[in-house]
Write a protein that binds this ligand. Structure first.
Ligand SMILES: [Zn+2]
Length: 217
């Protein structure tokens, strides 16, 4: 007899908008989602808290993995590096070296253990073209590597990969994503600073999507 066990997925959840949309997308596709949240020394611990709230709102289980990057190497990990106020060309100082390689490696290990059929990541290349580990070529190379290095009985899915912020927001709206729980600001305040890269992309995305950001009062 065929098992009635729903299909399982591991979802990387950061507390930001994109991964929340990826989680709700996976749920809409019928997956029973297990969220992986990283407490990796990011300058704003609130991200971890918000990620937990999002997982709870989505009625999904979650695990928090505490890891650290003692060498830092990013403005998101090192308070001595200033968060830029304007979108800069090239690789931004907020890039965390190899972050998605590391996070996805934990996710595929978890997926293989619980026999999940999929791993979801909210990476997208359009806004953050400066992050090398958000590029489509990285994702395809990672899939090949994971297939060679594990039993590989799962898919690695990045449903937002080729979407821009406004399309992601429209998608999230349809899926019922609680945007009020998502944090985007690199400066970590209660309300968006409106100046950092991430706030600017978020504001532009909501504007183009014709939606109101619930974080803007
Ligand atoms: Zn900001």
């Amino acid at each position: 007899m065929k098992s009635r066990r729903p299909k399982q997925a591991v979802v990387l959840l950061s507390g930001g908008l994109d991964s929340a949309v990826a989680l709700y997308y996976a749920k809409a596709k019928g997956y029973n989602c297990h969220c992986l949240i990283f407490d990796y020394g990011q300058r704003h611990k609130k991200e971890v808290l918000q990620a937990q709230k999002i997982a709870k709102a989505a009625r999904c289980s979650y695990k928090i993995l505490k890891i650290n990057f003692p060498w830092k190497g990013s403005a998101l990990l090192d308070k001595k590096i200033k968060i830029p106020q304007r979108t800069a060309k090239g690789v931004p100082v907020t890039y965390v070296p190899a972050r998605n390689i590391i996070f996805l490696s934990f996710a595929v290990s978890f997926a293989e253990t619980i026999k999940a059929g999929a791993v979801f990541i909210g990476a997208h290349s359009q806004d953050y073209s400066g992050y090398p580990d958000c590029r489509p070529e990285f994702l395809s190379a990672f899939r090949r590597m994971a297939k060679a290095g594990t039993l590989g009985r799962y898919e690695v899915l990045a449903p937002l990969l080729r979407k821009n912020k406004s399309r992601i927001i429209m998608m999230g709206k349809k899926l019922g994503v609680p945007f009020e729980l998502t944090l985007s600001c690199y400066n970590g305040g209660k309300h968006p600073c409106g100046k950092c890269d991430s706030c600017q992309y978020r504001a532009k995305g909501f504007k183009e999507a014709g939606e109101v950001d619930p974080l803007i009062k």
